[in-house]
Design a protein around this ligand. Structure first.
Ligand SMILES: [Zn+2]
Length: 183
């Protein structure tokens, strides 16, 4: 999946990037690895106080993201119950504000909550929107290890195996070499 460039007020793109902030093929591999990684990653997506305790934020968000990845991965493998439970449990503790928009009320994370809660609220809002639009049956785990990208299959037939060109090319080159070794 091509990484959307960071911009404020885009919960869906943020959910995708946050969910895949751990990426064995990425540079860096973990965008939540420590305080300086988090500081380089998050402010492009949402407004956080400059004097935030970035190391504490990294320590809070990293295991939370891992739990979310685990639940999304289970859903991609046909077991959506854990993700459903996680969404209900976590959303109960997060705050959103509403403002009028062209198509009704627009909800956004309440900026008065802690930076960690703000990040979680934005990620879950984006994920819930994607789940509503595409359906949990369109969740996928990239089939080109060591890639572990989680994504929504937007193809017409719903038969997308790889997260994007990066991995599709890698697999096709490997298969091509394999064929030529045999002949
Ligand atoms: Zn991939």
């Amino acid at each position: 999946m091509p990484r959307p460039p960071p911009r404020h007020d885009d919960p869906e793109s943020f959910a995708q990037v946050f969910l895949n902030s751990y990426d064995p093929l990425g540079e860096p591999v973990d965008r939540l690895a420590d305080g300086s990684a988090v500081r380089a990653f998050l402010p492009g997506w949402l407004a956080l106080p400059r004097d935030s305790d970035w190391a504490a934020l990294a320590a809070d968000l990293r295991p939370w993201r891992d739990g979310l990845r685990k639940a999304v991965r289970a859903a991609a493998e046909g077991r959506p119950a854990a993700l459903d439970r996680l969404l209900r449990r976590e959303l109960a503790g997060l705050a959103f504000q509403a403002r009028p928009g062209a198509a009704g009320l627009v909800f956004r994370p309440d900026p008065a909550q802690s930076p960690a809660a703000l990040v979680k609220a934005l990620a879950l809002q984006g994920l819930a929107a994607e789940l509503a639009a595409a359906g949990p049956q369109r969740l996928r785990l990239c089939q080109a290890p060591p890639c572990e990208e989680l994504f929504f299959d937007r193809s017409k037939r719903g038969a997308q195996h790889f997260c994007g060109k990066r991995c599709a090319n890698r697999v096709h080159v490997a298969r091509f070499r394999e064929r030529h070794r045999r002949t």
